[in-house]
Design a protein around this ligand. Sequence first.
Ligand SMILES: Cc1cc2nc3c(=O)[nH]c(=O)nc-3n(C[C@H](O)[C@H](O)[C@H](O)COP(=O)(O)OP(=O)(O)OC[C@H]3O[C@@H](n4cnc5c(N)ncnc54)[C@H](O)[C@@H]3O)c2cc1C
Length: 286
Amino acid sequence: MTQLEACTRLLDPWLAHTVRIVDITDEIADVATYHLEFVDPDIGKSFSFRAGQFNMLYLPGVGEAAISISSDPAQRGTLDHTVRIAGNVTGELARAGDGATFGLRGPFGSAWPIEEALGGDVVIVTGGIGLAPLRPAIYELLNRKDEFGELSLLYGARNPFGMLYTSEYDDWGRRGLSVTTTVDRASPGWDGNVGVVPQLLDRMPLSDPANTTVMCCGPEVMMWYTARSALGRGIPPERIWISLERNMNCAIGLCGHCQFGPTFVCKDGPVLRYDRVASLLRVEGF
Ligand SMILES: Cc1cc2nc3c(=O)[nH]c(=O)nc-3n(C[C@H](O)[C@H](O)[C@H](O)COP(=O)(O)OP(=O)(O)OC[C@H]3O[C@@H](n4cnc5c(N)ncnc54)[C@H](O)[C@@H]3O)c2cc1C
């Protein structure tokens, strides 16, 4: 297949492309990162995505699940998905080993507002597996560090064993990301922060709130409290962005499964400006 044909095939949103698991990293209990490559190298070369987007992973005979891309958008050839075992598709994936193949279609959805944040400070606020869709943004911000002000990550987990990508924090720190963690419940040996993650935002120093962008992903109640804290700190509503998860089927705005008022999470989101969806945030998905 030529690269032009590969590009054309990638434009068909219904077409799943075969990917192979090249490696698996066990992250925390029930969560692993799958490092994938396209079986057709031309598709691999043509595939690109923006930080915050997701793919539909298709396990034949089982079904499809929306999973965020968790690797560096600048990296070509392989891509990562960090997956928690939740049900049928993710359970089947957890039983697959290196070399297993399955289908992938995408990328879908909106991206983190990297360009809108240019020149200002960025605070990433996230909890648990919510760090997965923000890891591509961290890579991109660090790759373009000179174009931004201060970069901070506030990350919360239920306990010290619930944090993703811990082996990368030192490198992120060296490259200019201030990493602050907290846990809901400490365990022996933990001497860091204890408390919920929005409290970190309540008390972190902000040099220029009017020029600070918040990118947030986690449980909806956590995003709600984070937005409330950000607004209280003087961060403008249009600079607060969240990523929403809703059950979805088609991923292209046709089936209505992920409809959220007038918004389709699959095509208008998952990354949305908080002030545009705040009134709907407490409406349960189905
Ligand atoms: C945009 C987007 C990005 C996402 N990114 C990620 C990501 O990066 N990583 C990730 O891990 N997840 C992610 N998700 C969530 C993921 O899509 C869901 O967890 C998805 O439902 C998993 O599919 P599944 O077939 O494994 O689970 P399903 O079988 O659909 O099960 C989903 C839920 O139903 C419950 N359930 C399943 N079977 C039963 C049963 N028999 N009885 C009672 N309850 C049951 C499960 O406990 C679970 O809570 C994302 C979702 C969206 C919308």
